[in-house]
Design a protein around this ligand. Structure first.
Ligand code: NAG
Ligand code: NAG
Length: 502
């Protein structure tokens, strides 16, 4: 009897161990199935020139999977950016109404109170804050009250720093390209250790460059450390205030007025020949912190000035170059205006105004800007066109198309002279508006980061095991199970044989 139990017990213990082991490996990796209902999130991108609303959605309970969040819909608010309502009580709040009403209809009612609502304001509000802090705070508060009056889960209405704007854009790009981690079969995280893509954003009032670097970041303000799915990323990020396309145009105009003197006419080499437009010195030129250093001592802000285009590529380039300062670098290397920048690394994605300008440039002359010389040729071609040639080819309003030459030249100088993209690195930039149907910009990355949908820690160790070791351990437990079963059978067989039939 004692002999019999002493053989069966260890075998039974082994058997239980093996079964428990297999269950432990298999069970946590299988997600509980949930009905395919969606969750939603709303981000208002309050830019300097206008506000856009993005509604995102993802399958309920799967928020931590990469690449699972998609864009449900978007809405463009009428009128200017919220900063343009300085001094207009209720104006900023009213400008958001039509988009928020659309969100109420777009999102199923049962999900309203679980839908996070964020508003991030960027360089337009950063500039207003330099001029008038109290008015900036008042607009933010007014907008917040408006957002709170809707049935959603209001999270915040805030001004993003330039560094955060850059970093969130980078998160969006790499999330949409699934560069962070992949949710593999059997519900386990596989980290492919893929290279990340740098982000280039061009707005109305600022521009951002952000990329992963292993170089020493010599200026603390340019350094951002992110932890996503348990991995650390060291980013270099820089936001250039006043280098968004609208503020850049203002600065260029201010520079030309300063050099030519305050007169009823200003000659502008970057506008097409025979092109004329009328501007007001205050509202259109000098009412901005970006043009402060060009301000004449005495001028009438109400004075109208006629801008006359000459379509002169060389003079335009010379004027555009003057807007950048390439000396006085106190670090080992700089991009421009004395700002540190490590060596460019990896591929880049350029979006927002970069994308729209390059798309229009291509539609005008079919030249892909695969090298600095091709880019030069493409821009030169456009700068020699008349305004009617441009509008007829692109089928877009003169309001935007008049700036094709100057904005293309600005982008060319910014990328090749400012950031120093060259023969090798310029072709690594892909100009895109969307990836997998979602708009590329900072707003998705902002929502993902604030809602912890790109968690800092990796998910449970069990899920994080790469497929190789995981399969190995499973194999060991199965071998143990077979061994225990065999042992148990043999010892039972032996005992029956020994005792023999009764
Ligand atoms: C996502 O990850 C965060 C942080 O690890 C965790 O708190 C949250 O519960 C996770 N959500 C899901 C649905 O797994
Ligand atoms: C800020 O803006 C408000 C509203 O336009 C105005 O009344 C106030 O004088 C401004 N303050 C400064 C310091 O410019």
């Amino acid at each position: 009897m004692t002999l019999r139990y002493s053989r069966v017990i260890p075998a039974a213990v082994l058997l239980i161990l093996a079964v428990v082991g297999i269950l432990l490996l298999e069970l946590p990796a299988k997600e509980v199935e949930v009905p395919p209902e969606h969750m939603y999130g709303i981000v208002l991108d309050a830019g300097s020139s206008h506000t856009s609303m993005f509604i995102y959605k993802w399958p309920a309970g799967k928020e931590n999977d990469t690449g699972i969040v998609t864009e449900h819909s978007q809405c463009h608010a009428e009128g200017g950016g919220i900063s343009s309502y300085a001094g207009v009580l209720g104006g900023a709040a009213k400008s958001l109404k039509s988009c928020l009403d659309k969100a109420v209809k777009d999102i199923p009612k049962s999900r309203h109170n679980q839908t996070p609502l964020y508003l991030g304001a960027t360089a337009g509000m950063r500039l207003l804050k330099i001029d008038n802090t109290t008015e900036t705070e008042r607009i933010l508060k007014e907008v917040e009250n408006k957002l709170r009056s809707y049935p959603f889960n209001f999270i915040e209405a805030t001004i993003l720093s330039g560094q955060h704007e850059g970093a969130y854009g980078w998160v969006t790009v790499n999330y949409l390209q699934e560069n962070f981690a992949k949710y593999g079969f059997a519900g386990r995280w596989l980290n492919p250790g893929r290279k990340t893509t740098g982000a280039l954003d061009l707005g109305g009032a600022s521009t951002q460059i952000t990329f992963q670097t292993s170089d020493k970041v010599e200026e603390g303000d340019n350094m951002m450390e992110l932890k996503l799915y348990g991995q650390s990323y060291r980013l270099y990020t820089q936001s250039f205030l006043c280098y968004g396309q609208d503020q850049f145009l203002r600065k260029l105009l201010a520079h030309l007025i300063k050099t030519q003197g305050v007169k009823p006419q200003v000659v502008h080499p970057c506008y097409p020949q025979q092109f004329k437009m009328s501007i007001k010195l205050g509202m259109d030129v000098f009412d901005s912190p970006c043009t402060k250093s060009y301000k004449p001592d005495k001028f009438d802000p109400q004075m109208s000035v006629t801008v006359v285009g000459t379509g002169d590529y060389q003079s335009c380039q010379a004027a555009v170059m003057k807007m950048f300062s390439f000396d006085n670098c106190s670090y080992s290397k700089c991009s421009f205006d004395g700002i540190f920048q490590p060596s460019l690394k990896g591929n880049f994605m350029a979006f927002s105004a970069f994308f729209f300008t390059v798309r229009n440039l291509f539609s005008l002359n079919n030249i892909t800007i695969a090298s600095p010389s091709k880019m030069e040729a493409a821009v030169q071609y456009v700068c020699n066109m008349t305004i009617s040639e441009i509008t007829e080819t692109t089928k877009q309003p003169e309001k935007y198309m008049k700036n094709m030459c100057v904005i293309s030249l600005f982008i060319k100088v910014l990328l090749t002279k400012g950031y120093r993209f060259d023969e090798l690195s310029l072709p690594s930039i892909s100009f895109q508006e969307k990836v997998e149907g979602a708009s590329v910009g900072w707003s998705l990355g902002y929502m993902l980061s604030l809602s912890n949908m790109v968690p800092a820690e990796s998910l449970s160790l069990m899920k994080a095991l790469p497929p190789g070791p995981w399969a190995g351990i499973l194999f060991l437990f199965i071998a143990l199970l077979l061994f225990a079963l065999g042992y148990l059978l043999i010892s039972l067989f032996n005992t029956i044989n020994k005792e023999g039939p009764v």
